[in-house]
Design a binder for this molecule. Sequence first.
Ligand code: EPU
Length: 419
Amino acid sequence: MPKFIIEGGHELSGSISVSGAKNAALKIIPASLLSEQTITIKNLPKIEDIDRSLEIITDLGGLVLPTPDGCTINTKDLTKNIISSDLANKLRASIMFVGPLLARTGTASFPHPGGCVIGAGTRPIDLFLEGFVAMGADIKWKNGIYHLTAKKLKACQYFFTTVSVTGTESLMMTAVLAEGTSVLKNCALEPEIVALADYLNSQGARINGAGTPTMTIEGVEAIGAGEFTVMPDRIEAGTFAIMAATTNSPLTINNFRAEHLESLLAVLAKVGVKFELATNSLKIISADNLQAYSIKTHEYPGFPTDLQSPYTVLMTQAQGSSIVHETIYDRRLLFTDMLTQMGANIIMCDPHRVVVSGPTPLTGHKLTSPDLRAGISMVIAGLIAKGTTEIDNIYQIDRGYENIDERLRQLGAKITRLV
Ligand code: EPU
């Protein structure tokens, strides 16, 4: 199995550009099912999750043609309406295909999606299913496969009892082709949702209120398809900022959209990281005297759960004790056990909270990446550890960070990929 070998203790320097946002791209690809016309996607990140997502399109009978910075997709002649178990098992975002497929063809079949093991059990999809039923779909479950049918989807009034990013996007996309005006309440507010809504509106959809808790979606007969440029990945940007702070390295991060990372920037300032913002970049100047600061993950615009694990590594280098409170996912703090093996002083209070006391030197260790964000956090830990760190199961890291080893080597990191 491919692995990373990292020799710690080398300062990074220079500049790095943020790639296209995984969690925006993973929604525009299924959105291509809503139209019979060709969509052009630009600034598409070259990561495993995107490859899997495009494989689902091809498997359904769609046509994907690569372009220099992305691809075009045409789904006019679909040949299947079932998401294959092989692909669904590898990708939680496979669930994003269900609503558009149902809206376009009247049927959709799929197994329970796989992906990162970070939430309760197998990460629930109850909100999706309830939403589809509210729009008039009939659901049958046979031999591990959900079968959805709906002659014509109708508008729904739906309140999300839990704020869900993909749940919001999924019902929003499905409602675009439903009959009547849907009202979705307690929606997620992520910028990727606004980008998706703006694109769909530019192609004839009538979505109001994206980026606010209440959205109304007036169904239309059909939508066109045009060009979508994927926004910079705010989680990758935040990861690089935390990496620079943890390694106390002067780094400039380009394609940095500060308006998407206000919570992180506020926290970094409190922790004592010195940085400068320019129109499209963030420069980390120094992080000499880090102070512990407690955080609680929160839906956007709060502190992102996807930056919790890198931040926990940062706290191992800060003076004092901090509580890292993970409110979104049940299992996202379990990786801290590996930081403890590297010498960190971390006490788990309960599945949602750890106390990190620092600063503590870390030493290299043999680790296995359990999920994408924990995986990149191990890379950060490896960069500051004394000695050599070996990280296994790096498919998990490649799922979301494009060509990460080569990009880090350009900054001076001693990281090797063994295949
Ligand atoms: N939830 C339910 N029922 C559902 C759906 C979700 O109870 O039907 C719960 C989840 O178990 C969780 C909470 O709702 O406790 C919030 O999860 P959400 O649905 O918002 O997560 P998601 O939409 O599956 C997206 C990102 C995640 C990111 C979260 C939170 C994509 C493809 N994934 O997931 O990204 O952590 O929002 O911001 O957009 C990552 O990039 O590493 C990643 C995991």
